[in-house]
Design a protein around this ligand. Structure first.
Ligand code: SF4
Ligand code: SF4
Length: 211
């Protein structure tokens, strides 16, 4: 979110989601989230924190405060490179990287990730491609990615794509595995699994109808 938008709107307590922190904390080891002392070590260690709209320390504070919409629609978790530097250095052993993953999955499930931002679209298209064919087809994956995020870029990259094709580095053939329907059934069942469980072990609804 651009800086000018951060102060544009006052957030009232009624707009917060008081159950958001518990939902994120339900991942294995996630309960340590509540031990954060806001020391900022994670933000200092994070190589991508200067490019994030909210730093890892801010994300932890916002999750605990119930800023669900802001966290799930931010660019931060999508920019996270999973380097684990924050997790290793956190004095409270908070699994910040895993929390970033949980936020990403929840954002995809609730369809609130930043629209036309390439990383979540790439993640989704990759998953859908593997589900359909059983393997990733780079040329089709990139075409769908550019069409959904930046169609102009498709024309800019066309020449590079053709060069890769002529050198045999990129195929225009849609490849698939045998028994792809079995893999599709497996991935479909995984998609239906609830993302997180409550502290009592009861699944927490996180799908499209859960809001
Ligand atoms: S390093 Fe750990 S304790 Fe410090 S702000 Fe980050 S998450 Fe909180
Ligand atoms: S794991 Fe992600 S949030 Fe943590 S330091 Fe690396 S890039 Fe930053």
């Amino acid at each position: 979110m651009p800086d000018w938008q951060k102060w544009r709107k006052i957030k009232y307590e009624a707009e917060l989601d008081p159950g958001f922190a518990d939902k994120i904390a339900s991942i294995p080891g996630g309960e340590k989230l509540f031990k954060c002392i806001q020391c900022g070590t994670c933000s200092g260690m994070c190589p991508l924190s200067p490019d994030m709209d909210y730093t890892p320390r801010q994300i932890i504070a916002m999750i605990r405060a119930g800023f669900k919409k802001e966290v799930l629609s931010s660019h931060t978790c999508w920019l996270c490179a999973s380097c684990y530097a924050c997790t290793v250095e956190c004095p409270k052993e908070i699994k910040i990287t895993d929390i970033m993953y949980a936020a990403k999955r929840l954002a995809i499930q609730e369809k609130v990730y930043p629209k036309r931002f390439a990383i979540p679209v790439l993640a989704r298209e990759f998953f859908n491609g593997v589900k359909r064919q059983g393997r990733s087809n780079e040329s089709f994956l990139l075409t769908r990615l550019y069409l959904k995020t930046n169609p102009l870029q498709l024309f800019k990259q066309a020449f590079l794509g053709l060069q890769l094709f002529y050198r045999g580095r990129m195929s225009l053939k849609l490849e698939s595995i045998e028994h792809k329907n079995e893999l599709k059934a497996l991935l479909n069942s995984l998609e239906k699994e609830p993302l997180m469980k409550s502290k009592t072990g009861t699944p927490v609804a996180t799908g499209e109808g859960a809001r």
